[in-house]
Design a protein around this ligand. Sequence first.
Ligand code: PDD
Length: 282
Amino acid sequence: MTIAYLNGTFLPLEQAHIPVLDRGFIFGDGVYEVIPVYAGKSFRLQEHLQRLERSLAGIELSNPLTREAWQQIIETLIAKNGGGDQSIYLHLTRGVAPRNHNFPAEVKHTIFLMSQPFKDPEPLPGVKAITLPDNRWLRCDIKSISLLSNVLLRQHAVEVGAVESILIRDGYVTEGAASNVFIVKQGVVITPPEGAFILTGVTRDLILEVLQAANLPYRVENVSESQLRQADEIWVTSSTREIVPITTLDDRPVGDGTRGKIWQVTWDLFQAYKKKLRHLEV
Ligand code: PDD
């Protein structure tokens, strides 16, 4: 039985209900986080909570809880769901109010968390992605629950047998429908910079950290569509999929059409980092 948390109460997921006038339901007025858990320990929790704070500031919604209180809820939820590997979905809205676009005078947040099954991703043999125009809003740095464009962009990829849409805005790569994008050219890893057009992925930041620690060359700079098409390797990254090597882009092979050497090195470094966490006493 999956245990969820709703507004102060831990309860079976099936029993978690919200009123239809919740602004999350009516307007998509809220933000969220997805936090992986390995061996009962949340992965990069402080980074996720920090991004939550930035998203809340972005939608002008106060944070109802301290970091310690969030941590306490998350740790209890992990334990109630049996520890081990899982992923925690955290969802926060501007609460229930009569339907009216402007903010209600008094906000009582809706706070919802649930555990989702999570299996350590297998290193995929290499998969397809497509490119699509980035038709999302101009605040993609906010992890908003209003995900209609992302939903459509992912759906269009899946319909042609691809795992992700890589998005292009004004001739430059932004990110994936639900992931960040990296390319490799002549041994150098490149990923677009933080800003309003991308979500600053926790996985992305960790990859940059492990590359730096291992003294592997990387750059954070804009990636043009033509650089993407001429890349030796392309990866898409997220908390749930980790580092996915894209071997076919728009029906053409990426590099030599196999998972790249730099991907392998980075994947191994990433797994080693996770392994350390698994065995860390907390
Ligand atoms: N999405 N960009 C977008 C638009 C995303 O939705 C995600 C993750 C990322 C990667 O962020 P991170 O490395 O912190 O997971 C980038 C999550 C997993 C989701 O919506 O399920």
